[in-house]
Design a protein around this ligand. Structure first.
Ligand SMILES: Nc1ncnc2c1ncn2[C@@H]1O[C@H](COP(=O)(O)OP(=O)(O)OP(=O)(O)O)[C@@H](O)[C@H]1O
Length: 285
């Protein structure tokens, strides 16, 4: 109790806060007990997991947001996290990339322990790339400069440019725009550029935060087609958060429902989609 109190950073003497911290802890424990066991989550993976999260307690500063999250996803598989606002979905991605403080548990990628690695080490050494939610292009840089930025951890600028050329070859739609500032791109092209930039380092794992946010339907379909090809053809492992639960679960091999920092349900994406309880809570009945 004292430890959680300190993690949450509350001052002494606030009896109401003591009760609420206890309540949070109790609620998380209750939800976790009813939720799926680690073995059941592990069983959703084909073969060896590429990403393995075990009993993760993580948050920001002294505020614990995830209360013992386990997560497994394999080669060429996509896992989609859904759940209410504030459930901690983005915090799971942040923790996989090294943006959070970890209080307990561990994260392994490709069999390698990365729990304590910084984001740049996870990208460079473990092949984990993070595609931010919403507009993260550098608007005043050209399209090709944006792509070069994706190779900022490469040993020299030439390798970054060569890798960027390979990405241009793959997404010819970007090539005619290469010398234009990224700000002139449409919303869909920007999202494509964000994905393309993450691919410059040829990562194994793609963390994708809200790929459909702010896009028109035809661009949403384009983005999911690109992700599908990356999963099937390139055998990338994808962990995504998606507010559009229907779209996300239709796409994902594995779906997790997160609530109050705990995994409360999990299953093959389409099975979860058909789950009446999930439908009632997230799909409007
Ligand atoms: N960088 C941060 N620093 C401090 N607290 C944060 C930070 N990012 C998120 N939080 C807090 O963590 C909790 C979980 O937020 P998170 O964004 O992970 O939830 P989410 O399930 O992704 O929600 P949403 O669907 O609204 O994006 C919230 O209480 C939020 O205020």
């Amino acid at each position: 109790m004292k430890e959680l109190w300190e993690r949450r950073g509350y001052g002494l003497g606030r009896v109401d806060t003591v009760i609420s911290v206890d309540a949070v802890q109790e609620e998380a424990r209750r939800l976790a007990e009813q939720g799926p066991r680690a073995e059941a989550l592990r069983a959703l993976v084909r073969g060896e997991p590429v990403v393995e999260v075990e009993g993760l307690h993580a948050g920001y500063g002294k505020m614990e947001i995830l209360h013992g999250v386990s997560l497994y996803v394999g080669d060429g598989q996509a896992l989609c996290l859904i759940g209410p606002n504030g459930a901690g979905k983005s915090t799971v991605l942040h923790s996989l990339y090294g943006f959070t403080r970890i209080y307990g548990g561990r994260v392994r990628v490709g069999g390698r322990e990365v729990t304590r690695l910084a984001p740049h080490e996870r990208l460079r050494d473990a092949g984990v790339a993070y595609i931010l939610q919403d507009n993260s292009v550098f608007p005043d840089m050209t399209v090709e400069e944006n792509l070069w930025m994706g190779g900022f951890l490469m040993p020299d600028p030439r390798s970054a440019r060569e890798a960027a050329e390979r990405v241009f070859d793959r997404y010819p739609r970007l090539a005619p725009r290469r010398r234009q500032p990224a700000r002139v791109l449409s919303g869909g092209e920007r999202r494509l550029l964000e994905i393309a930039r993450a691919l410059v380092m040829d990562p194994k794992v793609l963390l994708v935060d809200e790929p459909s946010i702010g896009l028109e339907p035809r661009f949403i379909d384009m983005v999911f087609e690109i992700l599908d090809e990356l999963r099937r053809r390139d055998r990338k492992t994808i962990v995504m958060v998606e507010q559009n639960a229907k779209k996300g679960l239709e796409f994902a091999d594995i779906g997790y429902v997160l609530a109050s920092g705990v995994v409360v349900r999990a299953g093959p994406g389409r099975e979860l989609l058909a789950d009446p309880e999930v439908g009632r809570l997230f799909l409007g009945g």
